[in-house]
Design a protein around this ligand. Structure first.
Ligand code: ATP
Ligand code: MG
Length: 794
């Protein structure tokens, strides 16, 4: 058949081919890790373009990270000789940013609106709390940030939030004040990007109609991790609800894996998959069952592990590859020793030519774990790169520099103003700033505008600061980005400040890196002189009939934007390179530009590893309380999310997988005595190779389950609450309904080591049943009932 002969389609199996060449219509591709979902999505775009079924401007593709978006664009350019630069491929945030830039007036935002990252957002909320005398013990700013973000994810403005009690009333008030503050300063947070662009589409029929007709093909990767608002946003772009039915124009193809849903804690809804099938009346669901990524030992581990979760949508994964190396398991006496072992193995891999450094990843559950691994890598002279954690664009010196740049773009950005008004120190004290903030609040203006109302020495210092910014702004006229940043670094006094600082050398280097980052941004995103905006009509096919005059007018005036650049629909003006770079810095905080090209070992959290693959993967800290995480262990839903996380981690590996745990760990200043993660007991023994003798874990401690419940004994010498005092299910793979344990919440029970205690919770059934019991002298513990012999006290 003709399509199969296209070179594009050569490296696809039958199901993948079917998915790539689906006729127009909505479809769900549901498949496990490494089965080629992302590849199918990318190839489908190429195929649509090649066969003339779509123009670049007619495609909208949502990826999970900026990195994934870039990769997709790079692959497309390699596959097809077309200009893919005008395509809307990006993250939800990136695409929303683009929409809002293009329609900032309609969205009620200034053209130069800036994006607040999570740190800025917290700072803004803290500032607000201080201004309004909010009791920060009762309403911790972090929780307020969380509250505001959750409201926005649910699509709720302050007026929409149901107020049940006084506390809620207060939170809603703060939410309202926060919104007003952001609006005044011309800044938006991540949640706002999403909600504002949703509202833009919802409230403007012409704009919505325009994009609905334009995007004939919407493709979404990692669909299982979309939240309610993102799904609603996609629905807006796809069509309108008419008489209770969604009437769509183009096709939506969603790709996902319910087993890899790992963002429920941030509002992701696996239920979006079912909703999608129902609301879009999806007729085609395609499953991909062949895994092309991993050897079968690795895959067997993944399959066996995830089979312990319930309510899965049910997919199988097989591989044609051989077993490969066994999965290696190592137990270390301490976290330090664990890190040393990992580094030693890495060096062996590199020395023997087994793997390149960039093909080796070390994954961990929590950011705090990276420090000890980093220091060992550093000592051993192994180059490494950390994703997340201390992100380049989030470092203090970089934030200072960006704040100056943001003030050049928008002097009313109070967050940036406060960040650098006295940095480097200019003798502007906290009292003066309080006065200034009062004045600004009184006049309802920005801090910048309130400066002129202050007199005396304080006023003079502030006026000098404002003048400095003005001078810098003038100096930036007509300059390229590199020059603008260079001049700002000098004029602001930042360079001098860090030069005089004994520990400033690193920071100076980072500031230099900022210039490099800007440079590579300019070249990558094409901010050269030749960046031209193509008119939309050139990208679109035949005119669409039945448009309202208003939408036609809008259509004609809507230009195609280059990536990174955005065109103001009113003036035709494009965003300045500086503004575009600042947007990029806020959106791409997770990507460490500085070391991007280096052959370095990759360190990241499991969350950050989604969608990626590496030849060799190390997963450290596989201990009860750490992975699975203690916050998620008390209920089945939490545990299952941890298991999905582990599934994601395992399936990143192509050739070699290393698992390790440590008996003790220094975390948050305490030595914790840890028990091996229950996940080890969910892996098939045949696929594993124990490098250290398999110590009794929670499954085998006290063989025959006789002295049950003794595992915690190892922990009892530890300082503070030990993570090891957590018990888990015995290693029984199949779920049998055991005899009833006869326990109830509230019952008083006796344990032969811990004495009498009260049952607080019961979870699981049969062999998996666990109870949480509060013992007056030993604290609260989870006990595996098949192991711990509890007797009910009459
Ligand atoms: P994840 O769930 O982790 O995101 P995925 O389903 O998106 O995984 P891909 O990343 O698209 O999977 O593919 C996994 C690997 O398998 C990639 O290296 C890809 O190039 C390769 N691959 C996919 N399909 C084929 C195929 N038909 N032939 C050879 N290699 C393939
Ligand atoms: Mg993928």
């Amino acid at each position: 058949d003709a399509p199969a002969r296209s070179p594009l389609l050569q490296h696809l199996n039958a199901e993948q081919l079917a998915a790539v060449t689906l006729p127009a219509g909505h479809a769900l591709i549901l498949a496990g890790a490494g089965s080629g979902k992302t590849r199918v999505l990318t190839t489908r775009i190429a195929w649509l373009l090649q066969t003339g079924q779509a123009s670049p401007g007619g495609i909208l593709a949502v990826t999970f990270t900026n990195k994934a978006a870039k990769e997709m664009v790079a692959r497309l350019s390699a596959m097809l000789p077309i200009n893919v630069r005008g395509m809307w491929i990006g993250t939800f945030h990136g695409l929303c940013n683009r929409l809002l830039r293009a329609h900032h007036k309609l969205a009620g935002l200034p053209a130069t609106f800036q994006i607040l990252d999570t740190q800025d957002q917290l700072a803004a909320v803290k500032r607000l709390c201080r201004q309004h005398n909010v009791d920060e013990d009762r309403f911790p700013p972090k929780q307020l940030v969380w509250f505001i973000a959750s409201c926005k994810e649910e699509g709720m403005r302050p007026r929409d939030v149901p107020v049940r009690d006084q506390d809620m009333q207060k939170k809603v008030e703060i939410y309202q004040l926060y919104e007003e503050q952001c609006q005044r300063e011309g800044v938006v947070d991540f949640g706002e990007l999403m909600l504002r662009s949703y509202e833009l589409l919802q409230g403007n029929d012409a704009v919505r109609a325009h994009y609905q007709r334009r995007f004939a093909h919407i493709l979404v990767d990692e669909f299982q991790d979309t939240n309610r608002l993102q799904y609603a946003w996609l629905k807006q772009l796809a069509g309108d609800v008419v008489e209770g039915r969604l009437v769509t124009h183009g096709s939506v193809v969603a790709v996902g894996d319910d087993d890899q849903s790992i963002y429920a804690f941030r509002g992701a809804r696996v239920g979006n998959m079912q909703d999608f099938v129902r609301e879009f009346d999806v007729q085609r669901t395609i499953k991909l069952e062949e895994n092309y990524r991993s050897y079968s030992n690795i895959l067997d581990c993944a399959n066996a592990l995830i089979s312990h979760n319930q309510g899965r949508l049910g997919k199988n994964l097989r591989t044609a590859q051989g077993p490969g190396e066994p999965v290696r398991v190592h137990e270390a006496p301490s976290d330090l020793a664990e890190a040393q072992w990992i580094v030693e193995e890495i060096r062996n891999l590199v020395r023997s030519g087994e793997a390149e450094r960039r093909e080796i990843a070390v994954l961990y559950r929590s950011n705090a774990q990276s420090r000890v691994i980093e220091s060992q890598l550093f000592n051993a002279g192994v180059p490494y790169r950390v994703y997340g954690g201390l992100r380049f664009f989030e470092r203090a010196e970089i934030k200072h520099a960006l704040a100056y740049l943001r003030l050049l773009e928008n002097p009313h950005d109070d967050t940036s103003f406060l960040r650098v008004v006295n940095f480097p120190p200019r003798g502007i004290g906290a009292r003066t700033l309080e006065q200034l903030q009062d004045a600004a609040r009184g006049a309802g203006c920005s801090l910048h505008d309130a400066v002129s109302t202050l007199t005396g020495r304080a006023g003079a210092n502030l006026t000098a600061f404002v003048a400095l910014i003005d001078v810098m702004r003038e100096g930036a006229q007509g300059q390229n980005l590199r020059a603008i940043i260079g001049q700002m670094l000098e004029a602001s006094g930042l360079v001098e400040h860090y030069r005089n600082d004994k520990e400033g050398a690193d920071r100076l280097e980072n500031l230099d890196e900022l210039i490099n980052a800007a440079e590579s941004f300019v070249t990558q995103e094409g901010f050269g002189r030749d960046a031209v905006a193509l008119p939309l009509d050139e990208q679109r096919g035949a005119p669409v009939l039945g448009q309202s005059p208003a939408s036609q007018g809008l259509d004609a005036s809507l230009p195609m934007a280059e990536p990174g650049t955005v065109i103001d629909t009113d003036t035709g003006e494009t965003l300045s390179p500086l503004a575009a770079f600042l947007t990029h810095a806020a959106l791409e905080a997770g990507d460490n530009q500085a070391q991007a090209g280096q052959d370095a070992v990759q360190l990241m959290t499991v969350h950050a590893s989604k969608g990626l693959e590496f030849d060799c993967v190390f997963i450290g800290g596989l201990e009860e309380g750490l992975f699975p995480h203690e916050n998620a262990m008390s209920d089945r839903a939490g545990l299952e999310e941890e298991r999905r996380l582990m599934y994601v981690a395992i399936t990143r590996a192509r050739k070699r997988l290393y698992l390790s745990h440590s008996q003790t760990r220094l975390l948050h200043g305490q030595t914790r005595y840890n028990v091996r993660s229950r996940f080890f007991d969910e892996l098939p023994e045949e696929a594993l190779k124990w490098l250290t003798p398999r110590q009794p874990g929670f499954g085998s401690f006290g063989a025959g389950f006789s002295g049950g419940g003794a595992y915690g004994a190892r922990a009892s010498g530890g300082a503070g609450r030990s993570l090891g005092e957590v018990f888990a299910s015995p290693p029984v793979p199949e779920r049998k309904e055991g005899p009833g344990h006869g326990l109830r919440v509230g019952l008083q029970v006796f344990h032969n080591k811990f004495g009498e205690g009260k049952v607080l919770a019961i979870e699981g059934a049969g062999e998996d049943a666990r109870a949480q019991v509060a013992f007056p002298r030993h604290g609260t513990k989870w006990l595996a009932l098949a192991v711990a012999k509890l007797t009910v006290v009459e």
